[in-house]
Design a protein around this ligand. Structure first.
Ligand SMILES: Cc1cc2nc3c(=O)[nH]c(=O)nc-3n(C[C@H](O)[C@H](O)[C@H](O)COP(=O)(O)O)c2cc1C
Length: 128
């Protein structure tokens, strides 16, 4: 099956959307990442594919940590906000809170975690 880059048909080929939370000089951030995959049980590894221009990449490189929150079915609007705006110029966490989405403090990392997500995992980069 061919999925040509940028074609509308390719844009529809979404599996499960990861909401990647991070923290950095612009404050807490969230980004939508459909290229989120579980790739190993032991050690537990998740692969996320991020465009290098993303504010999230800068945050993860600086802090060496991030949150992986699998989007639940009632969080599609949150996925749109997280995926349509840049954290460097827009407070996506603040805007989503105003719409009623909630976050909680992580145990081991500074990034906020998405309340009500299908799965929440606090992550540290293993390899870039
Ligand atoms: C549903 C959805 C899925 C997305 N998946 C990815 C992805 O897998 N990788 C990626 O680099 N960008 C993906 N994006 C685009 C980023 O979420 C978008 O560029 C975002 O503004 C980056 O935020 P940041 O600059 O605050 O980190 C996706 C967008 C949407 C709406």
């Amino acid at each position: 099956m061919g999925l040509p880059w940028i074609e509308p048909i390719s844009q529809k080929f979404v599996t499960q959307v990861g909401l990647i939370t991070s923290d950095g000089i612009d404050g807490p951030n969230i980004m939508a990442c459909k290229w989120t995959h579980h790739i190993s049980y032991n050690p537990g590894l998740i692969a996320i594919s991020l465009g290098l221009s993303k504010a999230t990449v800068k945050n993860i490189r600086n802090t060496k940590e991030f949150g992986m929150n699998l989007c639940s079915t009632d969080q599609s609007i949150l996925s749109s906000i997280a995926g349509e705006y840049r954290g460097s110029s827009y407070d996506k966490i603040g805007a989503s809170k105003e719409l009623g989405f909630e976050y909680y403090k992580a145990n081991k990392i500074k990034a906020l975690m998405v309340k009500g997500a299908s799965l929440n995992i606090e992550c540290r980069p293993f390899q870039e």
